[in-house]
Design a protein around this ligand. Structure first.
Ligand code: NI
Length: 175
């Protein structure tokens, strides 16, 4: 078995069939658990450790921590657009370029706090949705039509994916 350090929890699998309410609720729980999981994953790391790439050529731990709320702010806004407009086209963004901007080089505390409040709002939104709301869609120019149910699975995965970048690095480094 080969280990691909990029995908510590496996690659994202777009669900092929409708999700049950229980499956969806497990994904919402994963999103809800992420701020605390990220805080725990990055707890006690010093500046040099935070500046270490999680794999050769990959983002540093610091960039991973900053990336997650950046990605999830986009996701939250796309979901709200999907809920309030008829099949809107959403805006992709260049996540690699965002990760190089100055604010993504600073201390991680602000991003951990951002994640706390963002996920509180996001999970409150997700838990307020009815079945028909999860069937609403938006169009992503690179990924095609997405239902909010599919987006929820995607970000449940995405949350675990990036936390595992840090926890698996710590394990390998013995930190
Ligand atoms: Ni990501």
């Amino acid at each position: 078995m080969t280990t691909d350090l990029r995908y510590p929890v496996g690659k994202y699998q777009r669900p092929k069939s409708e999700l049950s309410a229980a499956e969806r609720s497990a994904m919402i729980d994963a999103i809800a658990a992420t701020p605390a999981a990220m805080r725990a994953a990055s707890r006690g790391l010093n500046a040099k450790q935070l500046s270490t790439p999680y794999r050769d050529g990959g983002w540093t731990v610091r960039q991973v921590v900053h990336h997650v709320p950046e990605s999830h702010m986009n996701a939250f806004i796309r979901m709200k657009l999907g809920l309030t407009e008829e099949h809107p086209t959403v805006k992709p963004y260049d996540e690699a370029a965002w990760a190089k901007l100055g604010d993504a080089q600073g201390p991680i505390g602000a991003s951990l706090a951002l994640m706390d409040s963002l996920h509180e709002r996001w999970v409150r939104l997700l838990k307020s949705l009815e079945e028909k709301d999860f069937q609403r869609t938006y169009f992503h120019p690179e990924n095609g039509d997405q239902s909010l149910a599919v987006v929820t699975v995607n970000y449940g995965w995405h949350s675990r994916h990036h936390v595992a970048h840090i926890t698996s690095l710590r394990k390998r480094m013995g930190w």
